[in-house]
Design a binder for this molecule. Structure first.
Ligand code: FES
Length: 350
């Protein structure tokens, strides 16, 4: 169920000049709801200047640290991120949804794997959680972290990363606006840089798993490069922080002009008529009809708007969040879903 729970802000800490860590107090009666896995995120909801704002942020703590904390980087014109960085205070209440997300390795203390983690900027957030949990839970595993930033000073979690003394971790810092003694570690990561890093024996193409988080271009460049080196796609997981470009959008054609949609949420059913020519998605239309539905990115990137199709069918324009299994089980991202049958029932409760 995609419910929100009111949580009190327990701690705030500036991590760089434009990013802040928010730690939440999770009361005893909600502890089970907020059990999380490394790499997951939570969706926060707050009324800011009369507008109901929902945003998803990755948890940067590892599960073994037993603390719920997210990182919010201020983005230009970002309503929530500006509020969090400039106005939020300890003791404030924020509505928070239980942890979600599939950017999660399956850890097992008996296995010894090699992980390649690639992050840029605030993309380090879920990667940092994964990194710490792997080092703690799989003592036989090794990690190469490639971490791109403008400068050392603007690097989120630089201090925390420097403090980790573990021979199983190798950190490769790349700066785009600072020179490095190793030229292969200068500049952003694209396909050419992947080739250079591989030729320098830094980027391994025989890693067991790859976790990528950062801008869309970096993610797809690294992924395409790895696939071109015959890395099996199933080994590559990525987390996008922003909606993807329109060239990735799949057009969905229907032969009816209106569909009857029923939405189940919090044990209640709501119905509305979906106008195929005018409406954008089942989620958007539901919100326009006055329903309080969960969402965050509205770009097919998080899975806050996940619901299950109970009757009829719906197709997603993009899906960067659901696993193949979830799709097979009938789940859709409602922000990307359009009806492909004249009657569709979706449930946010299942
Ligand atoms: S709101 Fe993020 S995938 Fe729909």
């Amino acid at each position: 169920m995609n419910n929100f729970f009111p949580l009190t802000v327990k701690g705030l800490k500036k991590t760089t000049s434009d990013s802040i860590s928010i730690t939440f107090d999770v009361p005893e009666n909600l502890k089970n709801q907020f059990i999380f896995k490394e790499g997951q995120y939570i969706t926060l909801k707050k009324e800011i200047k009369g507008e109901n704002v929902q945003r998803a942020y990755s948890i940067w703590k590892a599960p073994y640290e037993n603390e719920l904390a997210v990182l919010v980087k201020k983005v230009e014109n970002g309503v929530f991120s500006t509020y969090a960085n400039e106005q939020l205070s300890e003791g404030d209440i924020i509505e928070v949804m239980a942890p979600q997300g599939n950017f999660v390795p399956e850890l097992n203390s008996t296995q010894s794997k090699h992980y390649t983690l690639v992050a840029a900027g605030s993309g380090i957030t879920p990667v940092f959680s994964i990194l710490k949990q792997v080092l703690q839970a799989e003592t036989g595993s090794t990690i190469d972290l490639f971490y791109v930033n403008k400068t050392k000073a603007s690097t989120i979690f630089e201090n925390e990363l420097s403090e980790i003394e573990n021979p199983n971790l190798s950190i490769h810092r790349l700066y785009t606006k600072e020179s490095s003694s190793n030229s292969s570690l200068e500049g952003r990561i694209n396909k050419d840089k992947c080739k250079i890093l591989k030729e320098s024996n830094l980027l391994k193409i025989n890693s067991d798993e790859y976790y990528l988080c950062g801008p869309e271009k970096m993610i797809f460049d690294v992924k395409d490069y790895l696939v071109s080196e015959n890395v099996n796609e199933s080994k590559i997981k990525f987390e996008l922080f922003t909606a993807v470009g329109s060239d990735k959008v799949e057009e969905v054609a229907t032969d009816f002009s209106e569909a009857q949609i029923t939405i189940t949420i919090d044990d209640d059913d709501f119905e509305y008529i979906y106008n195929v020519d005018k409406a954008d998605s089942i989620l958007e239309e539901g919100i326009d009809q006055g329903l309080d539905l969960p969402y965050s990115c509205k770009g097919g990137v998080c899975c806050t708007c996940r619901a299950k199709v109970m009757e009829g069918s719906a197709k997603m324009k993009v899906n960067y969040a659901l696993t193949d299994q979830e799709v097979e089980d009938g789940y859709v991202l409602t922000c990307q879903s359009v009806p492909t049958s004249p009657v569709v029932k979706v449930s946010f409760d299942d």
